[in-house]
Design a binder for this molecule. Structure first.
Ligand code: 13P
Ligand code: SF4
Length: 305
């Protein structure tokens, strides 16, 4: 089947099975184009928590499907390719976090949603790239916090708080590869362009940013901006939607090699098969889910900016 037929088949199956297709902003263009909702980790978690559909087909990576399973245990959550993971989420284990908590008694743990459900279960509150500063501010009574697993998100958050942010040594291999030297080179080639960076980028890249935003934050910003040229400091998959929504604006990847292999694993045929066979299902064990839910709910309860 060609792309159009596969897309049509997916639409038909979604209807028949009372399913919803949630798609992250980094997914392949032909998947983003048929999504019921495209978004960042925060937007997709909120949608998952509200949906009336019986089945959630999550086109993203493992931790995102797990988050959907945490917030809606009565729904069937499908991740069309089970091996679509997140290398950053794999840089932390529950055992190592439990040990770190022993070394830092009384220090609250803020875990980025890019973490396993079992790590969320050991955390006080979750955050995403869209709300990390707000989450840390909500922990008013503490002067020290532990942020896991992204070192760069923690260092970015540290800029906006007087609290001491102790951080985990995890990172996204694709965002962390963006150097100041590379950003300067692209800026030099496109002197009129604004540079938008994701908080997973290194501090040296963040220092050169005109704006620091989550993926959906970037989409919102560009839609409203009068400016017409942008250097995009995140995974290049977002450029498809940026171009679709803003056909008159120009987008330059900060580094063409910022391509997350895991985010590209799912294709249209995988989605058809997931819907036909209702597999692979992502289900978080109930004892872990209940504890992880507290951290996710605490985040979702915060007012949105
Ligand atoms: P967003 O929540 O900003 O979409 O980021 C998710 C992610 O995995 C970034 O690498
Ligand atoms: Fe994980 Fe980075 Fe891929 Fe996002 S882009 S899913 S943080 S590896």
């Amino acid at each position: 089947m060609g792309i159009k037929e596969l897309q049509k088949e997916i639409k038909k199956l979604l209807k028949e099975k009372n399913a919803i297709l949630l798609v992250h902003n980094y997914q392949r263009p032909e998947i983003q184009d048929i999504a019921d909702l495209t978004g960042d980790s925060l937007g997709l978690s909120i949608e998952a928590s509200k949906t009336k559909a019986e089945i959630i087909v999550f086109c993203g990576v493992h931790f995102m499907a797990e988050t959907a399973s945490i917030v809606c245990p009565d729904k069937t959550v499908l991740l069309p390719v089970i091996s679509a993971g997140c290398p950053m989420a794999d840089m932390i284990t529950t055992q190592s976090l439990v040990k770190k908590k022993r070394d830092l008694p009384g220090v609250p743990v803020v875990s980025y949603v890019n973490s396993p459900a079992s790590v969320k279960a050991e955390s006080d509150i979750c955050c995403t790239s869209a709300n990390a500063i707000q989450v840390v501010k909500s922990l008013g009574d503490y002067d020290t916090i532990l942020m896991t697993p992204d070192r760069n998100l923690a260092l970015y958050t540290q800029r906006y708080t007087d609290k001491k942010v102790v951080y985990w040594e995890g990172f996204c291999p694709y965002h962390d590869r963006l150097t100041a030297k590379q950003v300067r080179k692209v800026k030099n080639d496109h002197p009129k362009a604004l540079f938008l960076a994701h908080p997973e980028c290194r501090p040296e890249a963040i220092d050169l940013a005109d704006e620091v935003k989550s993926t959906s934050g970037m989409l919102d910003y560009v839609r409203k901006a009068k400016h017409t040229e942008f250097i995009i400091g995140t995974e290049t998959g977002i450029i498809h939607t940026l171009k679709t929504q803003n056909p008159d604006k120009v987008f330059i990847p900060a580094d063409e090699k910022m391509i997350c292999i895991d985010m590209k694993k799912i294709n249209l045929t995988d989605i058809v098969n997931a819907l036909l066979y209702i597999s692979p299902v992502i289900k978080v064990a109930e004892d872990i889910r209940v504890r992880a839910m507290r951290a996710v709910e605490r985040m979702l309860a915060l007012p949105r900016d």
